[in-house]
Design a protein around this ligand. Structure first.
Ligand code: SF4
Ligand code: SF4
Length: 79
C-alpha cells in the first residue's frame, strides 16, 4: 500500500499557477493542461514524495493537491 498525488480539479482551476509542476523531481509526472487549466498526475510514475503537496498547501496555501492511497486514485490523476 502506498500513496500517490492527486489534483483537486475544482480548486486548482482557480489559480492557473503551475507552481507544483516546477518542483516534482520525477520527469513527466506532474503535468499541467492549458486547455482546462489544472495540473494532473501521471500516477503510475508518481513516487509519493509529497513535495507537490508541500508546495501547494504549505507554501502557497492553495490546498489543490493531495496524497491518496494508490488503489483509490483516479486514473486521470485528478478528482
Ligand atoms: S500548485 Fe496547486 S494550485 Fe498550483 S497548479 Fe499545482 S495543484 Fe494547482
Ligand atoms: S508526490 Fe512527488 S513524485 Fe508524485 S507528483 Fe508529487 S512531487 Fe511528483
Amino acid at each position: 500500500m502506498y500513496y500517490v498525488a492527486q489534483v483537486i480539479r475544482d480548486e486548482c482551476t482557480k489559480y492557473n499557477c503551475k507552481q507544483c509542476t516546477l518542483f516534482c523531481p520525477e520527469p513527466n509526472t506532474l503535468m499541467y493542461t492549458d486547455e482546462t487549466h489544472h495540473a494532473y498526475v501521471l500516477t503510475e510514475r508518481c513516487k509519493g514524495c509529497a513535495l507537490c503537496v508541500y508546495v501547494c498547501s504549505n507554501l502557497l496555501k492553495r490546498d489543490s493537491i493531495e496524497m491518496v492511497y494508490a488503489e483509490n486514485r483516479d486514473v486521470a490523476g485528478v478528482r
